[in-house]
Write a protein that binds this ligand. Structure first.
Ligand code: CA
Ligand code: ZN
Length: 301
């Protein structure tokens, strides 16, 4: 199995990037990821806003996938996410949904043992996820900092980008150029105060290429559904983008006209919040398998 160490990072997804690893379709890779602060916070006495902000949201990579060409779909199976034995979370005045009410910054180092995060006497079951994962953007979109989510992926902070699920990306550049980081041991939908339980991790992936399948936004395949993950300057725009893509995918896959697919979306597809605190907001639109399986959907678009 290929291995990629956590010192090989990017801070911007660019159209052209020098790959640090090249793999063949179907191969597995073990990727070491850093927490979103590049492990700069090690004590509760530290002030979050005083760390070096040039080293925020490192993404390990990029990985060149042989045979991936623009117009293909990159399939990334998340086989395992193994998180560190402690994570960091924090609150900063002015940040997050209730930033106006937050009087003092706090940092908490939270131990993680046997599948639980221990916070203030509570035992919270962990559900590890990848916050930042993406590919080289299209020429039209150009450079995207790792902290910003968009059509290439990036900082989507979506709780379903988790072990056992599969993420699909539109390939915009030769080799796709995959990179990832910013794992969370656990996070609530919304990521309300602007951090999850931020952790370094070891992520095991299997990467494949599906030829000639054009999508505009990343998707997630889960046991029950296919999710379209879309972002926008505000939640309304993110919902618009996800719905637009969902209706387009369903009308192609099920051979329905726009209005029929739009109606189907209204009665059977669920709009769910991913995050509301990053430079763009992210939501996901969940298409249950009762409508169409992920494989069938992809086969027919
Ligand atoms: Ca994040
Ligand atoms: Zn994070």
């Amino acid at each position: 199995m290929h291995k990629l160490t956590g010192d090989k990072v990017i801070y911007t997804f660019k159209t052209e990037m020098e790959p640090v690893l090249s793999i063949k379709p179907g191969e597995e890779v073990l990727v070491e990821t850093n927490d979103c602060f590049y492990q700069q916070i090690q004590s509760e006495d530290q002030v979050m806003m005083e760390i070096d902000f040039d080293h925020i949201n490192p993404a390990t990579g990029p990985i060149f996938v042989e045979g991936a060409e623009p117009g293909d779909l990159l399939k990334v199976e998340i086989l395992e996410i193994r998180v560190a034995d402690k994570g960091v979370a924090g609150v900063v005045p002015g940040e997050g949904i209730l930033g106006d009410k937050t009087k003092k910054p706090i940092v908490r180092i939270i131990p993680i043992q046997e599948g639980f995060a221990h916070y203030k006497g509570l035992k919270l079951p962990i559900k590890p996820m990848i916050g930042v994962i993406g590919v080289a953007p299209s020429d039209e979109d150009g450079e995207c900092p790792t902290e910003t989510p968009w059509k290439h992926g990036g900082n989507m902070d979506t709780t379903d980008i988790a072990q056992g699920n599969t993420v699909y990306f539109p390939v915009n550049q030769k080799g796709a150029l995959l990179a990832l980081g910013d794992c969370h041991a656990v996070m609530g939908d919304g990521e309300i105060c602007f951090t999850g339980l931020e952790v370094p991790a070891q992520v095991r992936l299997r990467v494949d290429v599906i030829k000639d399948r054009k999508v505009n936004w990343p998707m997630i395949g889960t046991e029950d559904s296919t999710m379209v993950v879309a972002s926008g300057d505000d939640v309304d725009k993110a919902i618009y983008n996800a719905t637009d893509e969902t209706v387009s995918l369903l009308s192609r896959a099920l051979e329905m006209d726009f209005e029929e697919a739009y109606l189907l979306t209204s009665i059977a597809v669920h709009i769910r919040i991913s995050q509301v605190v990053d430079p763009r907001k992210t939501i996901r639109s969940e298409i249950p398998h009762s409508i169409i399986s992920t494989d069938k959907l992809i086969e027919n678009i």
